[in-house]
Write a protein that binds this ligand. Sequence first.
Ligand SMILES: [Zn+2]
Length: 70
Amino acid sequence: MRLGTIPKTVVCPNCGKPVPWVPESEWRPFCSERCRLIDLGEWFNEGHRLSESTGDGHVPPTPEEKDGRH
Ligand SMILES: [Zn+2]
């Protein structure tokens, strides 16, 4: 009887491939370096796009504002 020998498995956020949560999975939660880079790149692009196209009208309230209103 062995307990705790089955590694936890996560799903690669980029391609949906199951990734065993073990030290050998160097790029977890991604399945590979490529998936990690792709995901980070998309994040960057999205942030870049958002900052470029201002005037969207979608501005979240800043916590500072809340604090000022005592
Ligand atoms: Zn992947």
